[in-house]
Design a protein around this ligand. Structure first.
Ligand SMILES: Cc1cc2nc3c(=O)[nH]c(=O)nc-3n(C[C@H](O)[C@H](O)[C@H](O)COP(=O)(O)OP(=O)(O)OC[C@H]3O[C@@H](n4cnc5c(N)ncnc54)[C@H](O)[C@@H]3O)c2cc1C
Length: 545
């Protein structure tokens, strides 16, 4: 069945039954709950106002981590849960969740001294990383990160964490849930909650592109709308509690900002932690933590001040590189839904998730990408009592992600490439490889993604717009200069084959995509005299500085 047929079928089913649960929000929290509810045998449908993962869950720092910094704010439980989940995800999703080494440098006079770092890392080890941290001398650190500032460097530490592709993690969980019977619709916004004798009994949904409305009845309604959570809660007269905090990132060519593993460092202006790490062949620099005062109806983007401030901090930490905002290939910003307590410093607000039941609306917000399965288990536990006991299926406390069958035809792909595809597509991997046309198992130049991934995504992954394909299914929009504009003609062929777009539709989609890229991902146009070093095109990565 094509993606558009699947969408029509789900839309028709919406009003034809009372669902056990309707989940509002298609980020990691929502898809995690869909996955868990489906595993427990419940009839569950997820609805997302934009594209799946288009909210914060494609705009994170992409770490599956214990959150060492949360120890400093006393969130021991969060760190413990996160370390445990990180280890499980590393075990179950190799190729999608991969280990990454972190270097932490310490300088004479640092507020967070070496002793505190060591204590934090010992707690981290104790929580079960399995790979103990290592103290490093200044000479060791410089060998591992030769561009680091030398002056007053007193040594540091190495420890292990993990990284992922956040949007692909959402999609992997989503399509596994769909394969086990879950239903999901993107571009469908919940406009109203249905009142059933003083309790929430469903939602009124609007299909954003076709402009049609459905009344969806459900025994439980979950509000997994992240930073938007207060919008549904306030329909029940609940007090707003979300403090939206923006975090932004810049992506640099790795030859321009070379780091072999993650390097954590502090902004000399205010001691805020930052990091730079290799991601998908580029170097990711992040992040800020600021009150987000713009409307949530606009996609967030980095401000010029944020970009300059992070680059200045990176210049202080890696002085020989003379980095400039102008060197960045792309940027992105995400909004963290934390529960505000009015603390002056946003970084001091807790990152713990919260689950409330208000008149039958179960709101799940806060938390982290890393702990999505824990959050999902708690959320389903919170609404399961609303189900008749006959609906509940006895299942193991924890599930495991399925792996692709061993008989996949892999063509000429080597072991690392197979691991990457299997981690990202799970049981859908054979379909992806089989659908590849000649030359489509080759990489899209300057990325680790393959043309075949575009074809597979367009065919079955519910792509409605070009930006869904290039920003979230396959992340070339973030990785290539100008959002990959130079490859659009080849992408057009794939979209026209798989999505049936005629020339007019293609033109409109390309224009919409390029506009979204300009407003959300183009690095700010800083008007100063910082120098830019241009790479010779198509050269092998090399260090410059
Ligand atoms: C800058 C930054 C860096 C981060 N880094 C990390 C990290 O490295 N590791 C980590 O573990 N965590 C990290 N986090 C936290 C993590 O990204 C978030 O906790 C997580 O993505 C939140 O997921 P969510 O599903 O709750 O929200 P979202 O992903 O925002 O999903 C909510 C969805 O609800 C939809 N929605 C809203 N209203 C409606 C409606 N009326 N109808 C239908 N749909 C609706 C929205 O469109 C949105 O897609 C980071 C967060 C930020 C901001």
């Amino acid at each position: 069945m094509s993606a558009s047929q699947a969408r029509e079928q789900t839309w028709r089913r919406l009003e034809s039954q009372t669902w056990d649960v309707v989940i509002v929000g298609g980020g990691i929290t929502g898809v995690g709950i869909l996955h868990e509810a489906t595993r427990r045998g419940l009839q569950a449908v997820l609805v997302e106002q934009g594209d799946f993962a288009s909210g914060t869950s494609s705009r994170s720092s992409k770490l599956v981590h214990g959150g060492l910094r949360y120890l400093a704010t006393g969130d021991l439980k969060l760190t413990w849960q996160s370390v445990r989940e990180r280890e499980r995800l590393l075990d179950e999703l190799p190729g999608l969740v991969e280990p990454i080494g972190f270097l932490m440098a310490s300088y004479e006079g640092d507020k967070l001294g070496k002793r505190m770092m060591r204590t934090g890392l010992r707690i981290y080890d104790f929580f079960g990383s399995g790979v103990p941290h290592k103290p490093l001398s200044a000479a060791d650190l410089l060998m591992l990160a030769p561009r680091l500032r030398l002056e007053r460097l007193s040594g540091g530490f190495w420890y292990r964490d993990a990284q992922t592709d956040d949007a692909r993690l959402v999609l992997r969980v989503l399509f596994d849930a769909i394969a086990s019977g879950g239903a999901a619709l993107n571009y469908a916004r919940v406009e109203e909650l249905i009142d059933r004798a003083g309790q929430v009994g469903g939602v009124i949904l609007r299909d954003r592109d076709a402009d049609r409305v459905a009344r969806v009845e459900a025994r439980a309604v979950v509000n997994a709308t992240g930073a938007w959570a207060d919008r549904l809660r306030t329909q029940l007269d609940a007090k707003p509690v979300i403090r939206p905090l923006r975090g932004s990132h810049l992506l640099f060519p790795s030859w321009r900002f070379p780091v072999a593993q993650a390097v954590a460092f502090r902004d000399p202006k205010d001691q805020r932690p930052l990091f730079a790490y290799p991601w998908e062949g580029l170097t990711l620099l992040g992040t800020t933590d600021l009150d987000h005062e713009r409307s949530l109806d606009e996609a967030p983007s980095i401000s010029e001040v944020e970009a300059r401030s992070m680059v200045e901090a990176a210049r202080a930490a890696f002085p020989g590189l003379s980095l400039s905002v102008k060197d960045a290939v792309s940027t992105y910003a995400g909004v963290r839904p934390v529960i505000g307590t009015g603390k002056k410093d946003p970084s001091k607000e807790s990152r713990e998730h919260i689950i409330w039941n208000e008149k039958g609306l179960v709101t799940v917000t806060g938390g982290k990408l890393t702990t999505f399965r824990e959050i999902a288990r708690e959320a389903v536990d919170a609404f399961e009592p609303l189900m008749a006991s006959s609906l509940r299926r006895k299942v193991a406390k924890r599930g495991r992600f399925p792996t692709p069958p061993t008989s996949v035809y892999w063509g000429a792909l080597d072991a690392m490439e197979r691991r990457r595809l299997a981690g990202r597509y799970g049981t859908w991997t054979p379909a992806l490889v089989e659908a590849a046309r000649e030359g489509e198992l080759e990489r899209i130049p300057e990325t680790y993604f393959r043309w075949a991934e575009l074809r597979h995504a367009a065919r079955v992954e519910r792509v409605e717009h070009l930006e869904d394909l290039l920003l979230r299914r396959v992340r070339v929009g973030l990785l290539l200069p100008d959002g990959g504009r130079e490859h659009l003609e080849r992408v057009r062929g794939i979209c026209q084959d798989e999505l049936g777009w005629d020339d007019g539709r293609w033109e409109r989609e390309a224009e919409r995509y390029l506009r979204a890229w300009e407003t959300q991902h183009r690095p700010p146009n800083v008007s100063d005299t910082e120098k830019v070093i241009h790479a010779p095109r198509a050269s092998a990565p090399r260090a410059v500085g």
